[in-house]
Ligand binder design. Structure first.
Ligand code: NAI
Length: 330
C-alpha cells in the first residue's frame, strides 16, 4: 500500500477550499490509489468554519483520507507537506487598487515562504492560486531561497481549461478531444489565450483548430476576450468568483505535474521564466509545458507570429510592473 501524501490547502474555509478538499480526498488530484492526509490552514477568525469543513470530511467517510489537520498556525499547517495548494489570500474588494491588493498579499506570501522553507518536506511542490497569483508566487520564491524555483508554480490551468471549453463550444466537439491551447503570461486580463497550435481529435485524425474554425477574426478577438473575461462573467452571474472550476483546474495542474502529461499533449502552467520565447527572466509567466517524472519543461520551438508577440510582450510588461510594485513593499 502507498504511503499517504500530505497535502496542504490554505484558505481552506473559503469557496475554492471548500470545493477542492473533497476532490483531493476522492483521489482526483493524486490518483484513486493514493491515500492523503489533508492539512487545512485558514485565519483565526475562520476557525469555526474550518472546523465545520473538517467535520464534513469525516462525515463523507472517504477511504483515501488518512487524517485531517485544521489549524490557523502556519508552522503546523506546513509541517512535512509534500504538496501545497496556496489559495488563502487577501481578497480584492470593490474599488481596491491593484497596488493595495499586491501589498496585502506580499505580507502574507512573505510569511508563508518562511513557513514553507522551515517546515515543508524538502521536495514540496507548490501551487499558488491566490491572486495576484504570478506575483504571489514570485514573492514566495524570493523568500524561500532554499526551495528550488522549479518547485513553485502558479495556476493558469483554469484559463487553459476555459480556452479548451470555448473551442469545444465553438466547434461543437467534446472538450476531451481538444488539446494544446496555450495561456501565455499573467493570470489577469492581459493573459494571451492562444489557440493557434491547438488541435482536435476527429475521425479524420488530429486537425488544427485554426483550420476547423476557419475564422481568424474569432480566434484573435472573441475567443481571446471571452477567455480573458470569463472570471468576471462568472462573478457577474454567480455573484461569487469561480470556485468549482478553479478547484478542478488546481487538481488538473498537480495531477499532470506529478503523474505526467499524456504524450503529445501540453498544458499551461505559471512558472519561473528562464527566458524562453523572449519572455523576460525573473517573473512567473504562463507557458505551455509537458511534465514527466514530476518535472515540468517548457515546450520549445513553437512559431510565434507578430500578433502573438505583441500580446505576449504586453503581459510580460504587466508582470514586470507588478514585480516592481511588490518589491516596493519589501
Ligand atoms: P475566499 O475569500 O472564499 O477564500 C479565501 C480564504 O483564504 C478565506 O477563508 C480567508 O479567511 C483565507 N485567508 C486569507 N488570508 C489567509 C492567510 N494569510 N492564511 C490562510 N488563509 C487565509 O476566496 P476564493 O473564492 O476561495 O478565492 C481564493 C483566491 O483564489 C482569491 O485570491 C482569488 O482571487 C483566487 N483565484 C484564483 C484563480 C486562478 O485561476 N489563479 C481562480 C479563482 C480564484
Amino acid at each position: 500500500p502507498k504511503k499517504p501524501v500530505k497535502v496542504l490547502v490554505t484558505g481552506a474555509a473559503g469557496q475554492i477550499g471548500y470545493a477542492i478538499v473533497a476532490m483531493i480526498a476522492r483521489g482526483l488530484m493524486l490518483g484513486a490509489d493514493q491515500p492523503v492526509v489533508l492539512h487545512m490552514l485558514d485565519l483565526p477568525f475562520a476557525a469555526d468554519a474550518l472546523n465545520g469543513v473538517r467535520m464534513e470530511l469525516i462525515d463523507a467517510a472517504l477511504p483515501l483520507l488518512r487524517g485531517v489537520v485544521a489549524t490557523s498556525d502556519e508552522a503546523k499547517a506546513f509541517e512535512g507537506v509534500n504538496v501545497a495548494i496556496l489559495i488563502g489570500g487577501w481578497p480584492r474588494k470593490d474599488g481596491m487598487e491593484r497596488k493595495d491588493l499586491i501589498s496585502k498579499n506580499v505580507t502574507i506570501y512573505k510569511s508563508q515562504a518562511t513557513a514553507l522553507q522551515q517546515h515543508a518536506a524538502p521536495n514540496c511542490k507548490v501551487l499558488v492560486v491566490a491572486n495576484p497569483a504570478n506575483t504571489n508566487a514570485l514573492v514566495l520564491k524570493e523568500f524561500a531561497p532554499a526551495i528550488p524555483a522549479k518547485n513553485i508554480t502558479c495556476l493558469t490551468r483554469l484559463d487553459h481549461n476555459r480556452a479548451l471549453g470555448q473551442v469545444a463550444e465553438k466547434l461543437n466537439v467534446h472538450v476531451g478531444d481538444v488539446k494544446n491551447a496555450i495561456i501565455w503570461g499573467n493570470h489577469s486580463s492581459t493573459q494571451f489565450p492562444d489557440a493557434s497550435h491547438a488541435t482536435v481529435c476527429t475521425d479524420r485524425g488530429e486537425m488544427p483548430v485554426r483550420e476547423l474554425v476557419a475564422d481568424e477574426k474569432w480566434l484573435r478577438e472573441e475567443f481571446v476576450s471571452t477567455v480573458q473575461q470569463r472570471g468576471a462573467a462568472v462573478i457577474k452571474a454567480r455573484k461569487q468568483s469561480s470556485s468549482l472550476s478553479a478547484a478542478s483546474a488546481a487538481c488538473d495542474h498537480i495531477r499532470d505535474w506529478i503523474l505526467g502529461t499524456p504524450k503529445g499533449t501540453w498544458v499551461s502552467m505559471g512558472v519561473y521564466s528562464d527566458g524562453s520565447y523572449g519572455v523576460p527572466e525573473g517573473v512567473f509567466y504562463s507557458f505551455p509545458v509537458t511534465c514527466e517524472k514530476g518535472e515540468w519543461s517548457i515546450v520549445q520551438g513553437l512559431q510565434i507570429d507578430g500578433f502573438a508577440r505583441t500580446k505576449m510582450d504586453a503581459s510580460a510588461t504587466e508582470l514586470k510592473e507588478e514585480k516592481s510594485i511588490a518589491y516596493g513593499f519589501l
